[in-house]
Ligand binder design. Sequence first.
Ligand code: NAD
Length: 418
Amino acid sequence: MTVYTGPVFEMAASQFETIADYIEIPADERPRLLYPKRAVTVSCPIHRDDGSVAVFHGYRVQHHLTLGPTKGGTRFASSVDMGEVGALAIWMSWKCALAGLPYGGAKGGITVDPSTLSLHELEALSRRYMQEMIPFVGPHTDVMAPDMGTNEQVMAWFMDTYSMYQGRTVTEIVTGKPVSSGGTVGRREATGRGVVHLAMRAAERAGITPLGATAIVQGFGNVGSVAALELALRGVKIVGVSDHTACLYDERGLDVPALVAHAAQHRGLAGFSNELAADPATLLTRRCDILVPAAMERVIDGPTAQALQCRVLAEGANGPTTPDADRVLEQRPEIVVIPDILCNAGGVIVSYFEWVQDLQQFFWEEDEVNQKLRTVLDRAFDKVFARVARDKVSERTAAMAIGVERVRDAKRTRGLFP
Ligand code: NAD
């Protein structure tokens, strides 16, 4: 399977081997569970504003279709390749299965730094990518959503492009759309809200009272900024934040609404304050009660895990902790880890609610969305921590095992065609 290469895919494969050993999956059953069912790569030409033509490479991976359509975000980032997207699709599968959603995992993306595109170029690229994907996706085959570098506007362009080709409005082809275009209330905030709801549950287990507790958040996009706001709302002092443009630290606590307003206006945290500028290399290992990595993969390696001074590690990002770091964290039971596939599941859970509402054309109030979100998250959280207690395994092993087992059971009962 040479198309899936690189450190991120190796990490997903290594985690799967750990789970497969733990739940004793026979060797000949493992590749069927690990390797994605389908993958496609497309080249997307667009006219640049200066009149030249540029070609960008896009990908989409569908991990398994055993439980229903696949579901997953679309990432626009320079790092995107088949291996990264494949790993993210696999994690989506375990995440959806853990939350009890009727989906397999998928992921897609384009190798591009979106900050180098004008708005017009971003729209052209988004629409061309969606057009290239039409033979591969569908509301009952593969449903897209936002991820790093994409947002509600990009989802609206995806939906519009797909709909133009169908000759009717098909809102259920993507989730994470603006509410005015068939999106659901509460989706934009769902991932960050879910992260914080579970961080509060973990804090309770660690004996931390939110009022006056401290938190550090890495990444200040959709997930990080909402998580910081929600933590602040609960009385948690945000002492450190960072994004790709700046890193800020203030032990007295940062003004989160002012940071959000600044980041929205200036497309990042840069320029907010020179006095509070800090070293991004040491942000994650500063002392705090709750640490929320909400940017990218593999930021916590073995030495970083050894140096962590938090008591709750709430993984907002996908794959922020390497297998080496997991081995260190297993020896540090004083840190409660909320693994990514549980911690950031709020996004796909509310995406599922959006898809259901679009299919029925029957829309819910925000209270109902948030209440149902908490119910699904609590159920998954309780299952994971019951498994940790029962089998004396790490939180990640417990969470992934529950996800893998559900997919495996479904494959077994459906059988192997033909
Ligand atoms: P986003 O594009 O809205 O924000 C990403 C943030 O990370 C930005 O603030 C960016 O500046 C920052 N960043 C990038 N490189 C950085 C670096 N080297 N150091 C510090 N910050 C850096 O993306 P997002 O949707 O918030 O996604 C963030 C993470 O959460 C990703 O791992 C994504 O897969 C995961 N996730 C997102 C959702 C969702 O609903 N958006 C759901 C589940 C998981």
